[in-house]
Design a protein around this ligand. Structure first.
Ligand code: HEC
Length: 427
């Protein structure tokens, strides 16, 4: 929490804003804009780069920040969420490892927003070439997907307050292998989608699964079928798409189909969902294929994976030594509501430590695929170490149970998980 937060809690929110409001009014009246930051000179480029991807019509953010008015009327709110580094959301420690998809404002950028807000959010002079209609639009790169696979029909989510796990089969119609460079999952119902996992089936035996329940006896048969890819991609809120580096791609073989497992959160009223998967094929030659390694609760060394009520346990995974060298592309850590911290490193046979990911304040709402700025090479014989801590006390505000109760492995958000999903290309 930043100093602003402490100030607001100490002297009360209204009092604080009033005080600062007065200050900025005086400044504005005197025509003093510290550093002279205006919307068009400083704020618009910054918002376009760090916020617009989500805060635009149809984006995941709750409102658009594309126009001057959008930002100006929320200036103090924007100043606050950026100061406490709540926005843009990026839970991983950027000093520990760098990522190609990392987000974050520099201290200077945060200061500029503060100055601008305190100066009364001046608009400044709109650059001539900037038409009103295309504010920021050029900054959102859009490419048409090569294949859009939509759920056959809207799935009716019952309003019975129960969690719901369903399987959907999406035929691809692929006549030749597809080399997929970007995978995107677009939830039809953002509010009720908890997570989804996309698998690839090449046996053709899953056709006709359309909303099959997790409790359906037929599922046992399906689960014995060897899948071509058990984890093509996992969607959790905040992880809308994943891209692979140039020259690499996931292969989906001709004739195979996607199987999507969706977890719906409990709802008090009936709603619908019709989600879709968008695949973008590689446009440059692919020399290496992307594989998935999923480390799970089964790999934990201090079993059992049981979070006793009123405890704060830590679990460890030690995986390897790996039998084949790998170039790591990305990591996706996954825990549920009780997760607190997550850390993963690799250790090479020479004893070098390769930092993978470190999250000091786990946020269930923001789970992402962290793609390394450059692929990390792990030589044969390396081991991967993971450490995850949980808080299953009644004091944890995220704890769904009060008083706390024992929690074990499970897919429901009220159960827990410990996963690290790695995309890599084998050496
Ligand atoms: C990856 C997507 C994403 C990016 C990037 C992003 N936001 Fe957000 N923002 C969200 C979502 C989703 C919410 C609503 C959920 C929440 O409040 O956690 C939100 C909420 C907010 C809120 C309201 C907070 C509240 O407590 O209700 C403000 C203000 C905000 N964002 C400003 C910004 C600014 C300014 C930036 C850029 C510096 C930014 N956001 C970048 C997704 C994003």
């Amino acid at each position: 929490m930043g100093p602003l937060h402490h100030l607001t809690t100490r002297i009360g929110r209204t009092g604080c804003w009033l005080l600062v409001g007065l200050l900025s009014l005086t400044r504005a009246a005197l025509g003093q804009s510290p550093e002279g930051a205006t919307y068009w000179s400083h704020i618009q480029p910054l918002v376009a780069r760090h916020c617009a991807a989500c805060h635009r019509p149809g984006g995941v953010g709750p409102f658009s920040l594309l126009a001057y008015e959008d930002v100006a009327k929320r200036a103090k709110f924007v100043a606050k969420v950026t100061e406490i580094r709540y926005m843009p959301p990026f839970p991983a420690d950027r000093a520990f490892q760098h990522y190609q998809n990392e987000r974050g404002l520099s201290a200077e950028e945060i200061a500029v927003i503060q100055q601008w807000w305190q100066a009364g959010a001046p608009e400044g002079k709109r650059p001539k070439k900037q038409g009103k209609a295309d504010e920021n639009r050029a900054l959102i790169p859009e490419r048409k997907p090569d294949l859009v696979l939509r759920m056959r029909q809207p799935y009716p989510i019952k309003g019975d307050g129960q969690e719901d796990f369903r399987y959907f089969h999406l035929p691809t119609g692929l006549k030749e292998d597809a080399l997929v460079e970007t995978i995107e999952f677009v939830p039809g119902n953002r509010r009720l989608l908890h997570h989804s996992r996309i698998m690839v089936d090449s046996t053709g035996t899953m056709a006709g699964i359309d909303g099959l329940s997790e409790t359906d006896p037929r599922l046992a048969t399906f689960q014995r079928t060897p899948l071509a890819d058990e984890f093509l991609y996992g969607w959790v809120p905040g992880n809308d798409r994943v891209s692979f580096p140039a020259g690499t791609a996931k292969r989906i073989r001709a004739g195979s189909d996607l199987l999507v497992n969706i977890h719906y959160a409990p709802s008090a009223k009936a709603e619908e969902d019709q989600s879709e998967v968008r695949l973008y094929f590689a446009k440059t030659p692919v020399t290496r294929e992307v594989k998935t390694l999923t480390l799970t609760e089964n790999h934990i060394s201090n079993q059992p994976f049981l979070l006793k009520a009123e405890t704060k346990p830590t679990f460890y995974i030690s995986y390897g030594p790996i039998q084949q060298g790998m170039d790591l592309i990305s990591v996706l850590p996954h825990m549920h509501l009780l997760g607190q911290t997550f850390k993963a490193v690799a250790v090479t046979p020479e004893g070098d430590v390769v930092n993978l990911v470190k999250i000091d304040a786990w946020d269930y709402k923001w789970q992402m695929t962290y793609r390394f700025a450059e692929a990390l090479h792990l030589p044969k014989g390396s081991i991967i170490l993971v450490e995850a801590s949980y808080d299953n006390t009644s004091e944890n505000p995220e704890n769904p149970f009060r008083p706390a109760k024992d929690v074990g492995y499970g897919w429901n958000s009220t159960n827990e998980m410990m996963n690290l999903v790695l995309y890599y290309t084998p050496r």
